[in-house]
Design a protein around this ligand. Structure first.
Ligand SMILES: Cc1ncc(COP(=O)(O)O)c(C=O)c1O
Length: 430
């Protein structure tokens, strides 16, 4: 039995089966460096998925790992009971890069906890308990986060269906209202008002959404969508929570946070994933006013850990030093152009969407009917792996290829990624 077979066997024996792996024969990762990852057999891959949209600056980026190593030897743990330089420095830096008056951070170890904290705070501060979330959204793995999530596969059991109303999502390729943008007048956004009037108590604690839906398949709203919804949310007393777990830290290009692309200043931002480039760190960032409305006490054993805080600060500094917000915009645009060319060549690509280093292909059996092509999507995932390219999957119908290369890749990396995708698409059989 090969080393990878043995590890896969043990994984199956000792881990929950619900923790699924990609690929028919799971890829057992061994080591990684910047945009590359190697499996235990020594095969090298160009990694355009980065775990799950998490490696924003390349695997084991030495500019970040060197700071992690230093901090590990100096002070590893304090809990939130003891202030330390790392947590303060990160919070101060976040206050500088977040939009509006978002000045106060609460640190966690994951995106799920960051969303939990955001919703809890909004419910403490708001006029009611009601939350509006989006269909096709993904908010995390806890009971509450599953209740907010808008995809059945991630909502099984344990979900208490109280206090969350799900709005139509701005999925133009599969418009839930069967309309066409822009003639639709962004009716899905206008419908949020009717939803609040009919499916809530008439006022809301918060609206929570991802500026581009990640697990949903990089569903990218029309530019006016969030502005319209923001006005409605404010009219009904709610806080606007932008879940930046996937869009955060510059991934959409030129801006630090995805919601800034839509010219909305949220009341709360939640982030994780790329924030730490692979270390477990999350944050819920809000205004002084809102943060002051938290009732009682809160704590996080691992939130704001000195080691993860140092990593997250280093991430921001590297993005600044290397001008990566711009690189993401420019090289991301170049990547997008390459994907559009592939769409011209392969009818199985129904839609190309996303922004910056967050780009997706929605695969369909027929461009007219837009019938989802999940089997072809799986094939493409497998073929890309065989050809040395790691890409991800998503979408309610399992037919969206998600790609999130590191923000510091070059045009040459994109050329190689597109070449491998082209080859792999050519090998997909209907
Ligand atoms: C948009 C979004 N929010 C929240 C989460 C949950 O984050 P975590 O897995 O770190 O708990 C995810 C994870 O994929 C996500 O994509």
């Amino acid at each position: 039995m090969s080393r990878s077979d043995e590890l896969v066997r043990k994984h199956r024996e000792f881990l929950w089966p619900a923790v699924t792996n990609y690929y028919q024969h799971p890829l057992v990762a061994d080591h990684a460096s910047m945009q590359y990852l190697w499996d235990v057999e020594g095969n090298k891959y160009l990694d355009f998925f980065g775990g799950i949209v998490t490696i924003g600056l390349g695997h084991c980026n030495p500019k970040i790992t060197s700071k992690i190593k230093q901090q590990t030897d100096k002070l590893q743990h304090t809990s939130t009971l003891f202030p330390n330089e790392a947590i303060v420095a990160l919070a101060e830096k976040l206050a500088q890069i977040t939009p509006g008056k978002l000045q106060k951070s609460f640190f966690t170890s994951s995106g799920t906890e960051a969303n939990e904290a955001a919703v809890l705070l909004a419910r403490m501060a708001g006029p009611s308990y009601d939350i509006v979330a989006l269909r096709h959204g993904y908010s995390g793995a806890s009971s509450l986060a599953k209740g907010i999530t808008g995809q059945a596969a991630w909502r099984k059991a344990g979900v208490v269906g109280v206090g969350v109303a799900h709005a139509l999502n701005p999925y133009c390729y599969r418009c839930p209202l069967h309309l066409k943008y822009p003639d639709c007048g962004v009716a899905c956004a206008q419908d949020v008002e009717n939803l609040i009037q009919t499916a809530t108590s008439g006022s809301i604690a918060a609206f929570i959404a991802e500026p581009i839906q990640g697990v949903g398949g990089f569903i990218t709203p029309p530019p006016e969508y969030f502005k319209i919804v923001y006005r409605i949310v404010k009219n009904y007393g709610g806080a606007f929570i932008s879940d930046e777990v996937q869009t955060g830290f510059g991934r959409t290009g030129r801006k630090w946070f995805g919601i800034e692309q839509w010219e909305v200043v949220p009341d709360i931002i939640t982030c994780a994933k790329s924030m730490g480039n692979g270390v477990p760190v999350g944050a819920t960032i809000t205004t002084s006013e809102l943060a002051g409305k938290f009732q009682g006490l809160t704590i996080s054993t691992f939130g704001g850990n000195p080691v993860t805080s140092v990593a997250a600060r280093a991430v921001i500094e590297v993005i600044e030093e290397e001008n990566l917000l711009e690189n993401t915009h420019v090289v991301g645009g170049y990547f997008r152009a390459g994907l559009e060319q592939l769409k011209g060549k392969y009818p199985v690509i129904g839609d190309v969407r996303g922004m910056g280093m967050m780009q997706a292909l929605e695969l369909v059996r027929d461009r007219e009917t837009r019938e989802p092509a999940p089997a072809e999507t799986n094939q493409l995932l497998e073929r890309a792996r065989a050809n040395g390219l790691l890409i991800g999957k998503g979408g309610l119908y399992g037919n969206v290829i998600r790609m999130a290369p590191p923000m510091n890749i070059t045009r040459a990396d994109v050329d190689e990624g597109i070449r491998l995708l082209d080859k792999s698409l050519g090998e997909v059989r209907a």
